[in-house]
Design a protein around this ligand. Structure first.
Ligand code: UGA
Length: 443
């Protein structure tokens, strides 16, 4: 929304939320205090806020004044009830649709921006059409406009998208939304489809991206076993233009709020339609991802003589990828939990993740492991007294570690486990550490 406001000075954009604290944070005069860390976002908000970008808790008022409403609420995987563990929880989408139905005036275009299961637009349409029958003169068009930005590169992704996708069946509404994007996106990159194709394309794009990561992680394990190097394999296959070089980095498994959730959504949909083989095929992408995370935790324990109980391990990075403070579904969570279960003492460092987020991720169920963890402020503290450093997020700073200084404060024999192939492994080896790098065979 900030980018739309920045690119379309003639449009008034009002972001509403019931959470007053959140809205206050978005209105904080100090732009470094915005609730989301995303490179360049502060500059975009700084330019538009107070001009044509507003943050408020006056939800009904803003809806009544709007020609177009974007529903951008979260849709986590259901934890209980029908479809638990796979289907998306649509309670906030439904609540938003009801609020729009009740507060809107005149004709309103309602845009699904949240990632939703296929045919959710139908739910929204049904709720809205109940309001249309109220005789208060309001009417609605529903569009699907999924978002393809990735965290960490959100602003450049929005400013120069590969494509914008608009699904719907009302040509006037589609044209109105296309005209907004058309202010900065070339016309040939604005694709229009029917509603269901648009919803399905979003889930499919994420499923294909996640599948590439599970594929390369599966090859990483083979490389480690055979003496091949996954980066050499990725380069060789990525040179084929039909495969392409992007999204072939082996790592600790994908995290983030979307990939697992979206695949499980598809799996639920396929099962609903009786497509068991298709469901099993895609489910395997998630299974392999979980396996990769468990395998890394096991590997750390094995290399440290089969036990990490009472041993200090420095954890470098907790966010699910670099350049974000987002920890949702971060591989660090499962890997750290497994190590805590084994009794390790984790010294966790992340340049952008706050202690509260780490606590929320690592809360152990009753009767959980015996380990403990503490946040640390720099690599030196993470390494202090540790038997190993475990690099989990590819922050650029971790490429420039002073290895002789770090090795000097570790307990010997010491290890570096680099799940992102980010650190200077040769320098760490030269400083006397044992080094394990994801996908690197020992030859
Ligand atoms: C992903 C998609 O890339 C976006 O197109 C989509 O809009 C977004 O989900 C969404 O649905 O909201 P995001 O999760 O922000 O974006 O970040 P990615 O760059 O896709 O990374 C996801 C995970 O995969 C991270 O844990 C990352 O470290 C991992 N990854 C990515 C790899 O392990 N290897 C790679 O080569 C690429």
């Amino acid at each position: 929304m900030a980018v739309i406001a920045d690119r379309c000075p003639g449009i008034q954009v009002t972001v509403v939320d019931l959470n007053a604290e959140r809205i206050a944070a978005w209105n904080d005069p100090d732009l470094s205090q915005l609730p989301v860390y995303e490179p360049e976002l502060d500059a975009v908000v700084g330019r538009a806020r107070g001009q044509n970008l507003h943050f408020t808790t006056a939800v009904e008022e803003a809806i009544a004044a709007a020609d177009m409403v974007f529903i951008s609420v979260n849709t986590p995987t259901k934890t209980r009830g029908l479809g638990a563990g796979q289907a998306s929880d649509l309670r906030w989408v439904e609540a938003s649709a009801r609020t729009v139905a009740q507060a809107a005036r005149g004709h309103t275009i309602v845009v699904e921006k949240s990632t939703l299961p296929v045919r959710t637009a139908e739910v929204i349409q049904t709720i809205l059409s109940a309001a249309t029958g109220d005789g208060n003169g309001c009417s609605f068009s529903v569009l699907s406009n999924p978002e393809f930005l990735a965290e960490g590169t959100a602003i450049p992704d929005l400013e120069a998208p590969d494509r914008v996708l608009i699904g719907g069946d009302d040509p006037a509404a589609i044209a109105a939304l296309a005209a907004i994007y058309g202010q900065w996106v070339p016309a040939e990159r604005i694709l229009t489809t029917n509603l269901w194709s648009s919803e399905l394309s979003k889930l499919t794009a994420n499923a294909f991206l996640a599948q590439r990561i599970s594929s390369i992680n599966s090859i990483a394990a083979v490389c480690e076993a055979t003496g091949a190097d996954v980066r050499e394999v990725a380069k060789a296959i990525g040179a084929d233009s039909r495969i392409g070089a992007k999204f072939l980095q082996a790592g600790p498994g994908f995290g983030g709020s979307c990939f697992q959730k979206d695949i499980l959504n598809l799996v639920y949909l396929y099962r609903h339609y009786g497509l068991e083989e298709v469901a099993a095929y895609w489910e395997q992408v998630v299974t392999l991802n979980t396996w990769q995370q468990q395998r890394i935790a096991r590997l750390v324990v094995t290399r440290l003589f089969g036990t990490v109980s009472g041993k200090r391990i420095g954890v470098l990075g907790f966010a699910f990828k670099a350049d974000t403070n987002d920890t949702r579904e971060s591989p660090a969570i499962r890997i750290c939990r497994d190590l805590l279960e084994e009794g390790a003492i984790l010294q966790i460092l992340d340049p952008k993740v706050e202690e509260g987020q780490i606590t929320a991720g690592l809360v152990q169920p009753a009767g959980g492991g015996e380990g403990s963890w503490l946040p640390v402020a720099d690599v030196h503290q993470a390494a202090s007294g540790a038997d190993a450093l475990l690099l989990l997020t590819e922050w650029q700073a971790f490429a420039q570690i002073d290895w002789p200084a770090v090795a000097a404060v570790m307990r010997q024999p010491a290890w570096l486990f680099d799940t992102r192939a980010k650190a200077d492994g040769a320098a760490a080896r030269a400083a006397g550490l044992n080094v394990w790098t994801v996908g690197e065979g020992s030859g």
